[in-house]
Design a protein around this ligand. Structure first.
Ligand SMILES: Nc1ncnc2c1ncn2[C@@H]1O[C@H](COP(=O)(O)OP(=O)(O)OP(=O)(O)O)[C@@H](O)[C@H]1O
Ligand SMILES: [Mg+2]
Length: 297
C-alpha cells in the first residue's frame, strides 16, 4: 500500500516511561495499572495494541488523549506534553473512539451529534456541514442523519460515534475496539477511511482482540500484559509466535495453530491470512497428493 513509510523524525504521539495508577492513597505503595510504557507513533502508522482483558489497553488509550494523566512519565502529542493542555484542547489533535459508544453520544439527532466536535473547534458552519456529510458518507450512514442516535442498534450507535470522531479530522486517532458490533462492510468502510488518512500522514492506534483485523491493517503490533509492554513488532512476527503470545496470556488464532501443525509438510508457520494459508497449502497438496486414476489415464 502507498502509506508513507514512518519518518523517523517527529512522532505524532510519544509515551515516555509512562506509569499510571487509578488509586494512589497517600502513603500507600501504588498498584500500577500501567508500568513504564514507552512508545512512539509515527506519521502513516497504524499501531495495534493487543492484550488480555484488563491488561491496560483502554487505560493506555485514555492516557494518549489526555482523559487520564500519567502518574509518572510523559505523554507528548506533536512534541507537546499533554499535562499542559486540557482535554478540549487535545481533542482536535487526538480523536478517541470510546470502547462503549454510549459514552460519547448525546445529541438529539445523528447529524447534530457528528457536528458537535467540528462545531466546537470553531469551524465555519459550511465546513462543519461538509465534514458531517463526509463522515456520514464515508461510513454509509447518511440515511440515519435525522434519527436519534440512542434509538439506533449497537452497530448504528458505534458508527455514529465513529463518524463524530472522524469529523474532527484529528491527525491521530485512538480506536478502542472500533469494529465490535459492526458488520463486515461497515468495518471495511472504516478501514478505507483510515487508509486514506494514513496516506496523508495521519496515524492511528487500534485496540483490538481481533487478530485477523490486526493482521490485515496494522503496521506494527504492541503487546500489553499486566500493564507492561512485553513485545512489539510487525504483525507477522508477533501474531504468529505462540510462545510470545502465551507470555501475554494470549492464544494464537486457529489458522496459526494449523499452520504450525502443518509446517513439517512445508506450510510456512507465519501465514497471516486464510488466503495465504490456502495458497501455501495448495502448493503442498499439489506436490504430495497421490495422482488419481483419471489423471494417470
Ligand atoms: N476507572 C477505574 N478505576 C479503577 N480501576 C480501573 C478503572 N478502569 C480500569 N481499571 C482497572 O485497570 C485495569 C486495566 O483496565 P483496562 O480497562 O485498561 O483494561 P483493557 O485491557 O482495556 O481490558 P478490556 O480488554 O476488557 O477492554 C483493570 O484491572 C481494571 O479493573
Ligand atoms: Mg478496554
Amino acid at each position: 500500500m502507498s502509506v508513507p513509510s514512518p519518518r523517523r523524525t517527529e512522532p505524532k504521539l510519544r509515551l515516555e516511561t509512562v506509569s499510571y495508577t487509578y488509586d494512589h492513597p497517600a502513603g500507600a505503595v501504588p498498584d500500577f495499572t500501567l508500568r513504564e510504557i514507552s512508545l512512539a507513533l509515527y506519521p502513516g502508522e497504524l499501531v495495534a495494541v493487543i492484550g488480555q482483558n484488563g491488561s491496560g489497553k483502554t487505560t493506555l488509550a485514555r492516557l494518549c488523549n489526555g482523559l487520564l494523566r500519567p502518574t509518572n512519565g510523559r505523554v507528548l502529542i506533536g512534541g507537546e506534553e499533554t499535562q499542559t493542555r486540557s482535554v478540549a484542547e487535545l481533542a482536535p489533535r487526538v480523536g478517541y473512539v470510546f470502547q462503549n459508544p454510549d459514552h460519547q453520544l448525546f445529541a438529539p439527532t445523528v447529524a447534530e451529534d457528528v457536528a458537535f466536535g467540528p462545531r466546537n473547534l470553531g469551524l465555519p458552519a459550511a465546513e462543519v456541514e461538509r465534514r458531517v456529510q463526509a463522515a456520514l458518507t464515508d461510513l454509509a450512514i447518511t440515511s440515519l442523519a435525522d434519527q436519534h442516535p440512542l434509538l439506533l442498534g449497537y452497530g448504528g450507535r458505534r458508527l455514529v460515534a465513529l463518524a463524530g470522531v472522524l469529523a474532527l479530522g484529528s491527525p491521530v486517532l485512538i480506536l478502542d475496539e472500533p469494529t465490535s458490533g459492526l458488520d463486515q462492510a461497515s468495518g471495511d468502510r472504516l478501514f478505507q477511511v483510515l487508509h486514506r488518512r494514513r496516506e496523508r500522514g495521519d496515524a492511528a492506534v487500534l485496540i483490538s482482540h481481533d487478530f485477523a483485523l490486526v493482521a490485515a491493517h496494522a503496521s506494527r503490533v504492541i503487546v500489553i500484559a499486566g500493564g507492561r509492554l512485553v513485545a512489539e513488532g510487525e504483525p507477522r512476527r508477533v501474531l504468529t509466535d505462540p510462545a510470545l503470545l502465551a507470555r501475554a496470556g494470549l492464544a494464537p488464532t486457529g489458522l496459526t495453530r494449523l499452520a504450525h501443525l502443518l509446517e513439517p509438510l512445508g506450510v510456512p508457520a507465519d501465514v497471516l491470512s486464510v488466503e495465504e494459508f490456502a495458497e501455501a497449502y495448495e502448493r503442498v497438496y499439489r506436490r504430495t497428493r497421490p495422482t488419481s486414476a483419471w489423471e494417470q489415464a
